[in-house]
Design a binder for this molecule. Structure first.
Ligand SMILES: Cc1cc2nc3c(=O)[nH]c(=O)nc-3n(C[C@H](O)[C@H](O)[C@H](O)COP(=O)(O)OP(=O)(O)OC[C@H]3O[C@@H](n4cnc5c(N)ncnc54)[C@H](O)[C@@H]3O)c2cc1C
Length: 490
């Protein structure tokens, strides 16, 4: 029988869950507190012609997005043009810089030039990473992770050693490469998982394959094209979207959710999927119905928050790539400021994205769209004066790298975004940007559960649940939870 299902939030996980639920014949309503879909991947435009993607900028693992569209009988190219960047990105070190080429063959030559034998080592590293990617994507990532027995298939047990579940990522990389620069390059992709390479299992070298080998892509028109495409898919399945609608409480009857209070009005549903941040979702429930206590959340390792600047620059910036990592300072020192000391970094690393280098629709002619991001500890003070201090630091490093003079005077649009904005916009615990870190103790079955323990028709999805942070995992998370609800119904 057709069920009436509410989805809270329209980020990638909410969009994905809603589309699969509607495809299974349900009446699905998505309630989003903002005026547009996308969540952390929203986009905004300025009066003077700049268009900024607010969050994601690295389109990795394109096969996951392709398979979402394929599940609905379409393909990515039906919605937007996806291009492969060459170079994929540039890394600026204190001495010199490295451009990562599109082709893995060229990357091997580059590694060989930096360290004798490293070309072959990269080939071996990538072979192992490809195996992990394939097993991980087919047999690991789609599990609801209620308990470990889901992983007791012959294939998984047989592969366990090759998956390097119990080896640390950093030690694993060190077995392959001696050069400090090469190690940093190989460690960089796991930063997306929201934790230090010290604390992440070597299984996640699958990220290196998902990035370096499958390539860094860009959707023309900006990342928001992916949001719009997924919304279109959901609408084609019959999903109803309701914007500027804040869910204020989740109301319960006996062992079930009965209704939601939305903008002061009560609406009844047969089931609810919450893609809003997990901790916030639980605050919408009475205490006895929550899966986890405040203490539980205090003891989790959250992925970082971020300081972001969206800048409109009134001239072209020479010598700057689409993606540039400013890694002149020590990676561990910055990571320690996030996880150990929980304070603003003294010698920060940061990332710059200049998508107008690839896509002229994002800035007026002859001008640049510049997005700067510096990962930060959650929960710290983020006053305007501190933000500006760090902006100056980033600008002067871009000046040094590109040769442009007095970049500050060329800023014609400026907006900053930081910890307190993540809290007020997304109800994000501590202002986290990327959810929970994928440490070993917070992987798979050890992640917060996708189902409420007492209320059988309440489910959770999104980057704080399985499989974890990032766009591809969030899309998969929506599919997992939709399937669980569909199974329950059956
Ligand atoms: C700055 C930044 C850069 C990133 N870069 C990348 C990248 O390059 N590549 C990549 O793969 N990933 C990246 N990520 C991660 C990726 O964007 C996220 O993992 C993903 O978008 C999370 O989707 P989600 O559906 O779990 O959550 P969200 O996008 O947060 O969606 C949750 C939605 O719920 C809504 N909501 C919350 N509370 C309520 C309520 N009470 N009522 C109604 N609605 C509510 C929110 O408004 C939001 O729209 C980045 C994230 C950030 C923040």
């Amino acid at each position: 029988m057709k069920k009436k299902i509410a989805v809270i939030g329209s980020g990638f996980s909410g969009l994905s869950a809603s589309a699969y639920l509607a495809k299974a014949g349900n009446e699905v309503h998505v309630f989003e507190k903002h005026d547009r879909p996308g969540g952390r991947a929203r986009q905004f435009s300025t009066d003077d012609g700049y268009v900024f993607d607010m969050g994601p900028s690295w389109y990795w693992m394109p096969d996951i997005m392709d398979s979402f569209f394929a599940d609905f009988g379409c393909q990515t190219s039906d919605f937007f043009e996806l291009i492969s960047l060459n170079p994929q990105f540039e890394v600026v070190f204190s001495e010199g810089k490295i451009s990562i080429p599109e082709s893995l063959e060229e990357l091997k030559f580059l590694f060989e030039r930096i360290e004798k034998g490293a070309g072959l080592q990269l080939e071996k590293f990538m072979q192992a990473a490809k195996f992990k990617y394939e097993v991980g994507m087919q047999d690991f990532i789609n599990k609801p992770c209620h308990n470990w027995s889901e992983f007791l298939s012959f294939k998984i047990v047989k592969s366990a050693i090759k998956l390097d579940l119990l080896t640390g990522f950093r030690a694993y990389v060190a077995k392959y490469f001696k050069s400090e620069k090469l190690r940093t390059l190989m460690e960089f992709p796991v930063i997306f998982l929201g934790a230090s390479p010290k604390d992440i299992p070597a299984l996640y070298s699958l990220m290196n394959y998902g990035g370096y080998a499958l390539g860094t892509h860009y959707p023309m028109g900006g990342f928001y094209q992916l949001v719009l495409a997924m919304k279109k898919v959901a609408e084609n399945q019959g999903v109803y979207f309701h914007f500027n609608k804040t869910v204020e409480s989740i109301n319960t009857g006996s062992e079930k959710v009965s209704s939601l209070t939305i903008n002061g009005k009560i609406h009844e549903f047969d089931a609810v999927i919450a893609s809003s941040d997990y901790h916030h979702t639980e605050t919408l429930l009475s205490k006895e119905n929550r899966n986890y206590s405040e203490e539980f959340w205090q003891n989790r390792t959250f992925a970082p928050s971020s300081l972001i600047y969206y800048l409109g620059i009134d001239q072209n910036i020479p010598n700057l790539e689409h993606h540039t990592l400013f890694f002149e300072n020590d990676l561990d020192e910055h990571i320690d400021s996030i996880y150990e000391e929980k304070k603003w970094p003294e010698r920060p690393l940061f990332y710059s994205c200049c998508p107008s280098k690839t896509d002229s629709s994002l800035a007026p002619l002859g001008k640049e769209n510049l997005f700067l991001l510096m990962p930060l500890a959650i929960g710290i003070d983020d006053g305007e004066a501190t933000r500006e201090l760090y902006l100056n630091n980033m600008l002067s490093r871009i000046e040094r790298h590109t040769g442009i003079k007095d970049l500050r005077s060329k800023i014609e649009y400026k907006r900053s975004y930081c910890v307190s904005d993540f809290i007020s916009d997304y109800n994000a615990y501590g202002g986290n940007a990327y959810g929970l870190a994928n440490t070993l103790g917070q992987t798979a079955v050890l992640k917060p559960k996708i189902r409420n323990k007492g209320l059988k028709n309440l489910f959770y999805t999104g980057q704080l649940t399985v499989p974890g942070p990032g766009i591809p995992p969030s899309i998969i998370s929506g599919k997992i939870v939709a399937n669980e609800l569909i199974k329950l119904k059956n």
